[in-house]
Design a protein around this ligand. Sequence first.
Ligand code: IPM
Ligand code: MG
Length: 360
Amino acid sequence: MYRIVLLAGDGIGPEVVREARRVLEACATRHDLELEFVDELIGGISIDTHGTPLRDEVVALCRESRAVLLGAVGGPAWDDLAVDVRPEKGLLEIRKRLGLFANLRPASVIPALVEASTLRPEVVRGIDLLVVRELTGGLYFGEPKGRSEVGGVRRAVNSMVYDEDEVARISRVAFQQARLRRGHVTHVHKANVLEVSQLWMEVVEEVAKDYPDVELAHQLVDSCAMLLVKDPRRFDVIVTSNLFGDILSDEAAQIAGSLGMLPSASLASGGFGLYEPVHGSAPDIAGQDRANPLAAVLSVAMLLETSLECAAAAAQLREAVSRVLADGHRTADLLLEGEQREVVGCRAMGDLVLQKLAGQ
Ligand code: IPM
Ligand code: MG
């Protein structure tokens, strides 16, 4: 029996997690996986209910579970709060406290959606890359940090800090992922300016010796940002620090078509993971049945594969999603400009995936 914690969060989080759960239940039944679901709060809704974006009880519950499925956090209602008490703080804290150091963000183009990218089809067709982002260190967590005022002048500081063990463990994840893919790792850095990047460069090279079958390249982060729009197909696995990974994974998401399609996994050692769609809480469309649940559904595929070790179920689910799209069904975010198609709502998209699964 596996326990799965559902942290639906804010905005469109609850509606996409609802569909993702239905799909996960269907996969579990098919593959004889016994699951127990527990709902808990994170982000703005937790602030409103309990006065804090993440309670200790929730962290403890997650520790006693196999995986966490998260929707999204944040929204305009909490925008004026200080960084330390905002909904996003709940997300950063859960990553840190559960040791979720490896963030996997695949960006690939589903053939039926090639036209949905803002780049030309010949640039986009065949994109299949994976950003491996370090998630519990670097500029997001480094000390010293904070604000001060010196002689009436406001000042703020954040620190980019990594030790070699943190770099080595994320590098290993990247090399292992590359072995399952096309055998290529690009380490993204700013070593012409930052000492931290020079350390990364050394450590990634050292770890690479254990993976002689994987090819390693180094790329400056600014030119990587450029190459991602010029020739995205050259990338297989990208490994990088927390901040660079945050930025580049959004860029990769956009070139691949819709943010509404992209899943992610945040992994600790030992198979435990938190799975969440890359898109945010989209408060402007929340509660209107207009959200695209497919990123959450594809996050379920990653959960099945990694935390429940059921690759067959994951493959079936991805196939079901591809077929629904190949049949021409689209949520609003996937429509091209001027395209005349019937728009499918969040719930109906969940139904379509369930139907395809049942028919497989
Ligand atoms: C992400 C998000 C978060 C981050 C925010 C919401 C704190 O942008 O998951 O990429 O910066 O990590
Ligand atoms: Mg981000």
